[in-house]
Design a protein around this ligand. Sequence first.
Ligand code: AMP
Ligand code: MN
Ligand code: MN
Ligand code: MN
Length: 283
Amino acid sequence: MTFLKYDLHTHTTASDGVLSPRSLYDMALQLDIKTLAITDHDTVNGIKELMSLQERSVICKTITLISGAEFSCLLGKQILHVVALNIDLNNPLLIKHLLFMEELREQRAERIAKKLIKCKLPDTLALVKIKAAGAQIGRPHFAKVLCDLKIVESEAQAFKKYLGAGKPANVSVAWPDLEEVINVISDAGGVAVLAHPTKYNLTMSKLRRIIASFKSLGGDAIEVSYPGMNIEQQSILKYEIEKHKLMISAGSDFHTTANKWIELGRYPVVPKDIPHVLSRCLA
Ligand code: AMP
Ligand code: MN
Ligand code: MN
Ligand code: MN
């Protein structure tokens, strides 16, 4: 089955993206995208705003919007990202989960700020909150503030020097378990998609075990096409997806126009012979 141009993994200013939901929508229109999911980190505020603008006919209805979020979670000690698609935004369990995630990210930000102070850097918490401007706070907001303060030259350097795994301002977070996140998504009537499987720096055998656990816990689909992956990785993923009778999904993980390698709606060719999440989401 083929689908018109779509993107099922994108970020806005509701989390760590640089475009407002409305600007992202306008860009999608220019790129002739017909189906768009907004999947901000642990929040649905961006997609909620866009859907409301569409309902009130403030913006056109040319693009079919799909509700979504990208949830942080843990399988054992491994941090995983699960994209939820087609969720009921009024689901009580989802709302409870989102409130919990907001609190968790707020507390984590306080802990990161303290660790940066221990690194003999200034207190960045107030600036980070201004930078986030009501968004779900993430490490990229710290990276941007460290750039503004000329403490680092780039966001990548902020992660490399301070914020990344094993670096001095990294804090471990008790993110909810994968099982809990899959339950929330399924309670909200959505589809649970394992995001960017090759981006966790795992060996293929570890990744295979994670995919098997994801399936056994009720996961529905795996991203099989996104920027930065290669054909060989895609064919391994395809094999695992077919073995576990999972569906496929694809998206750019777009955050910013500043990164020339990642364009909204652009990702490697998607295999045509495997069930696609869009068959479910557009049904
Ligand atoms: P968080 O969810 O707060 O832990 O932040 C994770 C986000 O930080 C990812 O979704 C990326 O957008 C961004 N990120 C992760 N690693 C890097 C890096 N090395 N350089 C720049 N941005 C990064
Ligand atoms: Mn991000
Ligand atoms: Mn992610
Ligand atoms: Mn993402």
